[in-house]
Design a binder for this molecule. Structure first.
Ligand code: EZ4
Ligand code: CO
Length: 403
């Protein structure tokens, strides 16, 4: 069974998605998510100009060999663009293998280890009353775990906080990124009060998470972790810039608040020190951006040695194809932790009809052969690419900071 056709589909049903479509000589179609938020067209070119021509004629069953061919064969290894492209090929080939076998991908990975994947969703509020109402709304939907992000007094737009009635979407359409102002001290003064109020309102049971988005120094992060200890967070995410494991080592030495990191990692090499030295409790790699199902399984197997669990990134820029891939892996591994679930706009779900379902606080990938996601190409074509960027952050004095 040869790969006969490789095509990159770009669509923007409210936000941009890049999808690799592979078709075999037997007429089996597989999809892979190739979306890299704010740098979409770089992956399109990587796939279209440099990968697709190499795939034509290859044996579609040889997933691992194709992965090695694209990773080692490029000579230039790693990084978000290449690893997102390789991820798309890998995921599309697992989709094909599942369809050929007539089995959902999680069955090929060893079968279900649990009934469903515990999911957390996002709640935000510009002020405390708005946040309390948002969290109550998510719990009412059946979520047992909620990520809470609040506006900071005297700061404008803050990461993770929806500005209107709609869901939070960080990427803004337009030719240039928006600029936000950031003040770590104002933020640090406010966050512990937010979680005290949440615990007072909702009691000890719901799992509460929070994302710092890589903005603090190690000492600031250590102090925040300590200040949040009485409020029993499920995790505190991305406290310091992810490329610096020693920063986490310092944080770890000062707080028992569980830590999560890794949504910007692309290979097992990016994770190795953090996993081997047990510097976090949850690792946020996902098949999209991290070399696909094959590579993420390796990372999660390494994590298992250190009792670290999965916490796959599942923001809106992970397409339904990428979400499905994460769910098939999550269902089948022993050290699953939690799955981020920021539901897509209904139009996105129409463009990518999918079998995965949310019920009673958990997600299940469904039992369709392969990933269980398809692509409505005519509908996708009606929503062409629109330039969009993640914001940048500056300190009050204008210094560029981590967004
Ligand atoms: O900012 O996915 O935990 N979720 C996040 C996301 C990221 C976006 C970047 O593309 O940090 O909101
Ligand atoms: Co995050």
């Amino acid at each position: 069974m040869r790969i006969e056709h490789a095509e990159v589909v770009v669509t923007s049903p409210g936000r941009n998605f890049v999808t690799l479509k592979l078709v075999t000589s037997d007429g089996v179609t597989g999809y892979g998510d190739a979306t890299l938020n704010g740098r979409e067209l770089a992956v399109v070119s990587y796939l279209r100009d440099h990968v697709a021509p190499l795939l034509i004629g290859r044996d579609a069953h040889r997933i691992e060999d194709t992965w090695q061919y694209l990773y080692r064969g490029a000579y230039w290894r790693g990084g978000p663009v290449a690893m997102t492209a390789i991820a798309a090929v890998d995921v599309a080939l697992w989709d094909i293998k599942g369809k050929v076998c007539g089995l959902p991908v999680y069955q090929l990975l060893g079968g279900a280890c649990r009934d469903g994947c515990l999911a957390y969703t996002h709640a935000s509020g510009r002020d405390l009353p708005e946040l309390l109402e948002a969290v109550a709304g998510k719990l009412a939907l059946g979520y047992r775990a909620v990520r809470a992000q609040a506006g900071v007094p005297d700061l404008g737009k803050v990461y993770g906080v929806a500005t209107g009635d709609g869901a939070y979407e960080p990427a803004g359409r337009g030719a240039r990124p928006d600029e936000e102002v950031w003040d770590s001290r104002a933020y640090l003064r406010h966050v512990p009060d937010v979680f005290a109020a949440l615990r007072e309102q909702f009691g000890p049971e719901p799992a509460l998470l929070h994302d710092v988005h890589h903005r603090l120094t190690p000492l600031q992060a250590a102090r925040l972790g300590r200040a949040l200890e009485p409020h029993d967070l499920f995790w505190l995410e991305d406290v310091t810039p992810a490329e610096d494991p020693d920063a986490l080592r310092l944080v770890r030495g000062h707080t028992v608040t569980p830590l999560a990191i890794g949504e910007v990692f692309n290979t097992i090499w990016d994770c190795r020190t953090i996993l081997q030295d047990r510097l976090v409790d949850y690792i946020r790699v996902k098949p999209s951006h991290t070399g696909g199902i094959s590579h993420v399984r390796r990372i999660l197997a390494l994590a298992e040695l250190s009792q670290i669990r999965s916490g796959c990134h599942g923001a809106t820029d992970i397409s339904p194809v990428g979400m499905a891939a994460a769910l098939h892996v999550g269902l089948a591994i022993a050290n699953f932790g939690i799955q981020e679930h920021q539901p897509h706009d209904p139009l996105v779900d129409e463009v990518f009809p999918h079998a995965y379902r949310f019920a009673d606080g958990s997600l299940h990938p469904g039992d369709e052969p392969g990933l269980g996601v398809s692509l409505d190409e005519p509908l996708a074509a009606r929503h062409p690419y629109v330039a969009a960027y993640l914001p940048v952050a500056r300190l009050v004095d204008g210094t560029l900071h981590d967004w």
